[in-house]
Design a protein around this ligand. Structure first.
Ligand code: NAD
Length: 432
């Protein structure tokens, strides 16, 4: 059964508020801040009109939820999906407020969505839809107001069409490139953005290795669900550092290679064979004897040190949480563990690095793209990643300290610091 994401987001906020309340002398004032944070500050809702290839004008329902701009401009992706709902967009914008807060970005949270199946659109229709959506939100966004980015089914190309359309509408916005992030390199995108989310997770893996006193990286086994952008770069960088990635999967199936898979070779094979099933690759070669195909469910339940869900939400739920054997879960996907499963994992003493920290490398590099656009001065990939690394590591240290000092679980520790920063800012602004 699919969980309602808005219910999950509200439950998480209520749970952390219960603990955080003790930090504030005026509890009633704190409660008012939490009440405000349960709703977006602004919700833009309407229809966009798109010219189809046959000349027809078709209408699509569109949203932009601006959850909080206490800390800075709203920031968050735009999703094109047939299952988009108002509640989902609101919940995702709420999570963006916390995610931007975790790595100390000067941003609040936002999210946009259009109810559409983009696979049914031609390239020209997709461009028309992207431009129509940009016009729909043009008066409510801007480098210092709200900065959208890609999300499910939206790409750097789509950001390029949107920024181009925005510039046509807002001719007086002289920093307009900084209105969207996740753009192609040719149009103000940032070096390093492509691999930033996966690599950001690996920076945290390295921090964990020190905290948990893992002696030999080769002995640390990792299973990764999802071999797309995030899963691949997590596998690639973990492998380069000497960890043993023993299993990966895509939407159809997975592979298990006890001696450790070769991520580059596996990707090459996956592209050639259009699937991962036959790709049993290790140390530069692929051979059916190296391991065995496994299902996605088997991958999640492997006896490994680190499990990395990097595909979909709610994959660890009350049907399988009891069977999870990993010691650590790094949530690279958004919302891969349901609240019910989270309770079970807690009881089993499984350490979870929560999504809003684990995959924050993406939005943090988007922030670095925005900074480059605003200053008109561009950094090399090395410079970008050298700025990303301490931001991720500092956020990890903050979480770890709270976990130790206040005996919180890791998810609670991350939410504690994220929500506190936003509430404190609302208070000094005099909003409550
Ligand atoms: P992607 O589309 O590049 O890859 C997704 C992968 O998941 C693919 O390998 C696909 O085959 C696999 N997959 C799909 N359905 C599956 C299933 N039922 N079981 C197992 N695997 C399945 O997407 P991505 O950009 O890598 O994003 C992955 C997750 O990370 C998403 O939850 C996304 O919201 C989150 N995320 C991504 C970024 C980013 O920068 N790309 C940033 C933050 C969070």
């Amino acid at each position: 059964m699919k969980n309602n994401p808005h219910t999950n987001a509200s439950k998480q906020l209520e749970d952390v508020a219960e603990i955080l309340r003790a930090e504030y002398e005026d509890g009633a004032r704190f409660d008012r801040a939490i009440e405000l944070l349960k709703k977006p500050q602004n919700l833009i809702e309407g229809e966009v009109e798109v010219k189809m290839d046959n000349g027809e004008i078709k209408k699509f329902k569109a949203f932009r939820s601006q959850h909080s701009n206490a800390v800075g401009p709203y920031k968050g992706g735009i999703r094109f999906h047939r299952d988009v709902t108002r509640e989902e967009v609101i919940a995702l914008s709420t999570w963006m407020t916390w995610k931007c807060s975790v790595t100390n970005l000067p941003y609040g949270g936002g999210k946009g969505g259009v109810i559409v199946d983009p696979k049914k659109l031609s390239e020209a229709e997709l461009q028309n839809l992207s431009r129509a959506y940009a016009r729909f939100i043009a008066n409510d966004i801007g480098p210092w107001i709200d900065v959208p980015a890609p999300d499910v089914n939206t790409t750097p190309q789509i950001m390029a069409w949107m920024v181009d359309e925005y510039q046509k509408v807002k001719t007086q916005d002289f920093a307009s490139l900084a209105t969207f992030t996740g753009k192609p390199l040719e149009l103000g995108g940032s070096e390093g953005r492509n691999e930033a989310t996966g690599l950001g997770g690996v920076y945290l893996l390295e921090k964990l290795a020190k905290k948990l006193d893992w002696k030999r990286k080769k002995d640390i086994t990792i299973a990764i669900q999802g071999f797309g952008n995030v899963g691949y770069f997590f596998a690639y960088h973990a492998d380069k550092l000497g960890y043993r990635v023993v299993a990966v999967s895509d939407s159809k199936s997975g592979v298990y290679v006890e001696s450790g898979i070769d991520p580059e070779k596996t990707l090459e094979c996956k592209k050639k064979t259009k699937g991962i099933e036959g790709c049993l690759c290790s140390e530069g070669k692929c051979n059916a004897d190296f391991g065995k195909p496994i299902s996605n469910q088997e991958l999640l339940e492997l006896d490994v040190d680190v499990l990395v869900p990097a595909a979909l939400e709610n994959v660890i739920n009350n049907t399988n949480a009891n069977n999870i054997k990993a010691k650590v879960i790094i949530e690279m996907a958004n919302g891969p563990v349901t609240p019910e499963a989270d309770e079970i994992l807690n009881k089993k003493n499984i350490l979870v690095i929560p999504d809003i920290l684990a995959n924050a490398g993406g939005v943090t590099t988007s922030y670095l793209e925005w900074v480059q656009n605003l200053q008109g001065y561009y950094w090399t990939k090395e410079e970008v990643l050298n700025k990303l690394q301490p931001m991720m590591e500092n956020a990890f240290e903050k979480m770890w300290k709270l976990k130790e000092d206040k005996s919180l679980n890791t998810r609670m520790a991350v939410y504690f610091s994220a929500v506190k920063r936003v509430v404190d800012t609302m208070m000094v602004r005099g909003w409550i």
